[in-house]
Design a protein around this ligand. Structure first.
Ligand SMILES: C[S@@+](CC[C@H](N)C(=O)[O-])C[C@H]1O[C@@H](n2cnc3c(N)ncnc32)[C@H](O)[C@@H]1O
Length: 224
């Protein structure tokens, strides 16, 4: 493919992504907000370049934005909402050998490239920050340069989230901690992993406001 053709195909891909994501909201204003959000992520974090290089990356963004659409029918509802993302991803997070990714647009197995990954940078918190929410990310990877509130914690330690006050979040997510290479190396015994999941599910109930929303919780799903 020559340079012109490849630029045109990447523009098409970007337009398609924006069209798909904006249609998750009915209101025209919300559609414009999400379009601006994707462009802001691109300007700040080279979203499109990373997308072109990593299989599964586009689906991660679709999945995160899809979860927001499921939880917040209007994007203005997100203004100043305190949202906790447990194991939010980081700039040093590692790739699993493969994983299954399900989005509002379908599901597929992803076998990532080896080495550095942009897949598990803290995308959900970044998206929320650009949308005017107050995301709080916790992870033990590197989050130092991130603009949102973040804490470096080891989620494998009981009571590690105790410093966050009771009922202080409007919404919470935990996603893909338990299958991550870091976590499975730290806890080789499945019973120990389950113990951590139980503690995280307990913390989520403690931290959520009475009318708060669980956006997505792998921990809670383990105890259904
Ligand atoms: C696969 S990434 C998931 C990122 C994002 N939540 C998502 O769904 O795409 C798993 C994250 O869990 C973090 N993690 C693994 N074990 C942890 C631990 N014991 N304490 C804190 N973070 C941990 C890793 O640093 C990584 O950022």
């Amino acid at each position: 493919m020559n340079k012109q053709m490849s630029a045109a195909s990447s523009n098409n891909r970007q337009d398609r992504l924006i069209a798909e994501l904006s249609h998750l909201w009915i209101d025209r204003q919300d559609q414009l907000v999400i379009e601006k959000n994707i462009q802001a992520l691109n300007a700040r974090y080279n979203l499109y370049r990373k997308m072109a290089h990593e299989p599964g990356f586009e689906d991660i963004i679709k999945q995160m934005v899809g979860r927001l659409a499921n939880s917040f029918p209007g994007l203005s509802d997100l203004q100043n909402k305190r949202i906790l993302d447990i194991a939010c991803g980081s700039n040093t997070s590692k790739l699993p050998a493969s994983f299954f990714l399900s989005t509002l647009f379908g599901g597929r197995s992803v076998v990532p490239n080896q080495g550095y990954t942009a897949l598990f940078e803290p995308w959900f918190c970044r998206i929320l920050f650009e949308l005017g929410a107050i995301p709080v990310g916790v992870d033990f990877g590197d989050l130092e340069q991130e603009v949102f509130i973040h804490y470096q914690v080891d989620l494998g330690k009981t009571g590690t989230l105790d410093f966050l006050p009771d009922h202080s979040f409007d919404a919470i997510q935990d996603s893909r901690l338990f299958g991550s290479p870091e976590f499975t190396a730290q806890f080789r015994n499945p019973a120990d992993r389950l113990k951590v999941a139980r503690e995280i599910a307990r913390q989520e109930q403690r931290l959520l406001k009475i009318d708060g929303i669980i956006i997505h919780s792998d921990a809670a799903a383990l105890f259904k």
